[in-house]
Design a protein around this ligand. Structure first.
Ligand code: SF4
Length: 421
């Protein structure tokens, strides 16, 4: 067994610790209690083959914005989202043409499909029959009790989950009259009312969202709902905005909740390509150490001290490394002010130096000099090699033949902790 890396610890007692490495990502949270997130204990349901709630990884969702009846366009968007990492994709089914198309979309989709339905009970039944893994419908809005019964029966018969989706912008009139305005209490009451209907029909495969575009309102509503039920929660800041503003708003609202341990599945609602929603979702989960996928690039903003063009290099590397799914970390730092320190915590690192070259770090240790011109190709090679090592170590561990390999610490830093349950 090899010993790798050192960690400088503050606290009592301060000092340096070394860790032995098994070749696989491992949690070091026993020495980093400030990184622990204790997840709320929720009930586990399944959406197709994706578990939601309980100790299942927090799933990332998005929604198509094509005309659902255009099967080719919708399937292409679903596939692109799945390729980017989406675990579940939602499509809206506003009319019969859409539910007809749904059957083929479901057949072609690599991930479970959620059918988004507002009010119309026939669409819900058709979507369940077409193979949707989940119906997004509020039972209290369906209408006559007989129709509610029919929809729930269709969901049960076809193995569909249901998402109750409360939205601050469309609260029931009696709740607005009671509370005067959308507020956490009104949203939770709405959710519990819909939930009660499903429970009365002995239907428990449901999850709930209480979305608002206001981060304070959404966060307060989710916190109150988390106290009121053990149902899995679907988090979202609705109508969050464009790519940058919406991502920031979502990161604040959802980040706050996820940090508290609340949330079982998330969707980042952006006025942007669904692939961007998936990327944003994963970045939020990655920042909190809740899930990892692909290369976590740690890079400096650059300044006059940079030994190479950091911004352009990172832009190119982000594109060149999109195909890597293995969780790992890469530091790209402009100079020695922070480069060696960051490289200590990453799988692969490059720190700018002088005279057109810099230093490559592998597994936290200084390795070799490299000219700036060769940097991109060489770093891509090093990252691919490291990803292969991690996958080989994982495969060996899965088959019970795990041996201590020379592959180095995927566990360090913010980059590559294992997916947290
Ligand atoms: S690491 Fe160096 S180049 Fe990067 S921002 Fe800091 S001082 Fe500037």
């Amino acid at each position: 067994m090899r010993v790798w890396g050192v960690f400088r610890l503050a606290g009592d007692p301060p000092g340096i610790q070394t860790f032995q490495y098994s070749g696989l990502p491992m949690s070091l949270n026993h020495i980093r209690p400030w990184r622990n997130i204790s997840r709320r204990k929720s009930r586990r349901i399944t959406v197709g083959d994706v578990a939601v709630g309980g100790d299942a990884p927090i799933s990332v969702q998005t929604m198509t914005n094509t005309d659902t009846s255009d099967v080719a366009a919708t399937v292409a968007q679903v596939q692109a989202a799945a390729e980017a990492g989406a675990d579940i994709v939602r499509v809206s089914v506003p009319d019969e043409a859409a539910t007809r198309a749904l059957r083929e979309i479901v057949r072609e989709s690599p991930v479970p499909i959620v059918a988004d339905i507002h009010f119309h009970y026939r669409r819900a039944i058709e979507a369940a029959e077409a193979g949707a893994a989940c119906l997004r419908i509020n039972p209290g809005n369906i209408g006559a009790p007989a129709r509610v019964r029919e929809v729930i029966a269709a969901a049960r018969d076809h193995g569909c989950a249901i998402r109750i989706g409360v939205n601050a912008g469309s609260l029931e009139r009696h709740l607005l009259e009671k509370y005067a305005e959308p507020c956490p209490e009104a949203m939770v009451e709405s959710a519990l009312d819909h939930m009660r209907i499903l429970e009365e029909h002995d239907f428990r495969e449901y999850k709930i969202s209480v979305k608002a575009s206001d981060v304070f309102l959404a966060a307060a509503a989710y916190q109150a709902l988390a106290e009121a039920t053990d149902a899995p929660l679907h988090l979202g800041i609705t109508e969050a905005g464009g790519l940058v503003s919406g991502t920031i708003k979502s990161a604040i609202g959802l980040g706050n909740l996820l940090w508290m341990g609340i949330g079982d599945t998330i969707r980042i609602s952006l006025s942007a390509d669904p692939v961007e929603e998936v990327r944003a979702g994963f970045e939020i989960l990655k920042a909190l150490g809740l899930r990892h996928r692909g290369v976590n690039i740690i890079s400096c903003p650059s300044c006059a001290r940079q030994g190479f063009d950091v911004i352009r290099t990172v832009e190119i590397l982000e594109k060149r490394l999109e195909h890597i799914r293995t969780p790992m970390s890469l530091s790209i730092i402009g100079c020695v002010v922070n480069g060696p320190g960051e490289a200590l915590m990453t799988d692969v690192g490059f720190t700018g130096g002088g005279a057109g070259s810099g230093m490559v770090y592998l597994a936290g240790a200084q390795s070799h000099k490299l000219s700036n011109e060769e940097m991109i190709e060489h770093i891509v090679e090093q990252v691919e090699r490291r990803a292969a090592e991690i996958e080989a170590a994982r495969a060996a561990a899965d088959t019970g033949t795990g041996t201590e390999t020379g592959a180095q610490g995927a566990a360090r830093g913010p980059g590559a902790r294992p997916e947290m349950a």
